[in-house]
Design a protein around this ligand. Structure first.
Ligand SMILES: NC(=O)C1=CN([C@@H]2O[C@H](COP(=O)(O)OP(=O)(O)OC[C@H]3O[C@@H](n4cnc5c(N)ncnc54)[C@H](OP(=O)(O)O)[C@@H]3O)[C@@H](O)[C@H]2O)C=CC1
Ligand SMILES: Nc1nc(=O)c2c([nH]1)NC[C@@H]1CN(c3ccc(C(=O)N[C@@H](CCC(=O)O)C(=O)O)cc3)C=[N+]21
Length: 285
C-alpha cells in the first residue's frame, strides 16, 4: 500500500509562507496582482480559475479575471494582453489553456511580457529553464509544484528513471527540463509511443498528464514507483478523476498523489508563490 502524497497539506504550508510575504511587501507599498484571461468554458480551466481566485483573495493578492466568449478574435485577445503588460498594478498574467481554435497559442504566449509570464511559457523563460540557468525566472506552476512535492517526500531523482506521459508545453516539457536538470534519466511519451505499458513499467517516477481518465492501471506501474497524477477529468457523474486508476495503483506504488487533493492544490499554491516572486523581482530585481 502506497504512501499517499498530501498535496493539500503541503499547499497549505506554502500558502502560509506566501501570506507572510504578501504582508511584508504590503508594508513596502507593493501589492502583488494577478490577471487571469479565459476564453471559452473548458471545465478544468473553470475549476482552476475559481480556485485560484478564492486563494488569491485569502492571501491578499489582487486578482482580476478577464472572461471572453469562445469566439473572441486573436487581435482582441492580443489587445487585452497589451493592456495587462502595461498595467503597473499587474505582476502576473495567466492565459488559460486550451484556447479556442481560431487563436494561435504561440502568438499569445509570445505576447506576454517575460517578466509577467507566471506560467513560464514565454520562449525566453522556457529557454532559461532548459539551459538550467539559476537566475530569477518563472517556471510553469504545475511542474514547479510537482518538484516541490518530490522534494518534500524525499524522492531521489539522480540516476532514477522518470517517465512523463504527455508532452504539453504547460506540463510535460517543463517537467522534462526540471527532471533532467535534477540528473534523472527522463523519457517522454505521447499518443504515438509504441508499447506505453512496457515503457511506464521502467519508471521509478511516473508522471501522467494526458487528460485520459484511468489511462494508467496497476499493470502499467513498477512496484514501489512514485506515481504523480496530473490529470483533471470531470466525469459525467460530476466526480473529478485523474489519469491514474488510483484504487488499484495505490496497492502497488510506493508513493502516489490523489485527485483531487494532489497536484491541483500545489499548482494553485505555486501560482500564488510565483506571483509574489514576480512582484518582488519586478520591484527589487
Ligand atoms: N492538476 C493540475 O494542476 C493541472 C492539470 N492539468 C490536466 O492535465 C491533463 C493534461 O493537460 P496538458 O498537460 O495541458 O496536456 P494536453 O491536453 O495539451 O495534451 C495531452 C498530452 O497527452 C498525450 N496523450 C493523450 N492521450 C494519450 C494516450 N492515450 N497515450 C499517451 N499519451 C497521450 C498527448 O500526446 P501527443 O502530444 O502525442 O498528442 C499530449 O501530449 C488534463 O487533464 C489537464 O486538465 C493540466 C495542467 C495543470
Ligand atoms: N495557462 C494555464 N495554466 C494552467 O496551469 C492550467 C491551464 N492553463 N488550464 C487548465 C489547467 C488545469 N489546471 C488546474 C489547476 C488546479 C486545479 C485544482 O485546483 N484542482 C483541485 C480541485 C478541487 C475541486 O475543486 O474539486 C484538486 O485537484 O484537488 C485543477 C486544474 C491548471 N491548468
Amino acid at each position: 500500500m502506497a504512501t499517499i502524497i498530501d498535496g493539500r497539506a503541503l499547499a497549505k504550508k506554502i500558502n502560509a509562507q506566501t501570506h507572510k510575504r504578501v504582508a511584508k511587501l504590503n508594508q513596502q507599498g507593493i501589492h502583488p496582482g494577478i490577471a487571469v484571461v479565459i476564453a471559452g468554458d473548458d471545465s478544468a480551466s473553470l475549476i482552476y480559475t475559481r480556485n485560484k481566485h478564492k486563494k488569491a483573495m485569502k492571501l491578499g493578492i489582487n486578482s482580476i479575471l478577464r472572461k471572453f466568449p469562445r469566439d473572441i478574435s486573436q487581435n482582441e485577445l492580443l489587445a487585452e494582453i497589451d493592456n495587462l503588460n502595461k498595467d503597473d498594478s499587474i505582476d502576473a498574467i495567466l492565459v488559460q489553456q486550451p484556447l479556442p481554435p481560431q487563436i494561435d497559442q504561440k502568438t499569445i504566449t509570445n505576447a506576454i511580457l517575460p517578466e509577467k509570464d507566471v506560467d513560464g511559457l514565454n520562449p525566453l523563460n522556457l529557454g532559461k529553464l532548459f539551459a538550467n540557468q539559476n537566475t530569477n525566472h518563472p517556471i510553469a506552476c504545475t511542474p514547479r509544484g510537482i518538484m516541490r512535492m518530490l522534494k518534500e517526500y524525499e524522492v531521489q531523482l539522480k540516476g532514477q528513471n522518470a517517465v512523463i506521459v504527455g508532452r504539453s508545453i504547460l506540463v510535460g516539457k517543463p517537467l522534462l527540463a526540471l527532471l533532467n536538470n535534477a540528473d534523472a534519466t527522463v523519457t517522454m511519451a505521447g499518443r504515438n509511443t509504441r508499447d506505453l505499458t512496457k515503457l511506464t513499467q521502467t519508471a521509478d517516477i511516473l508522471i501522467v498528464a494526458a487528460g485520459v481518465p484511468h489511462l494508467i492501471g496497476a499493470a502499467d506501474v513498477k512496484a514501489g514507483a512514485t506515481v504523480i497524477d496530473v490529470g483533471i477529468n470531470r466525469l459525467s457523474t460530476g466526480k473529478l478523476t485523474g489519469d491514474v486508476d488510483f484504487d488499484s495503483v495505490k496497492e502497488k506504488a510506493g508513493l502516489i498523489t490523489p485527485v483531487p487533493g494532489g497536484v491541483g492544490p500545489m499548482t494553485i499554491a505555486t501560482l500564488m508563490e510565483q506571483t509574489v516572486d514576480l512582484a518582488q523581482w519586478r520591484h527589487h530585481g
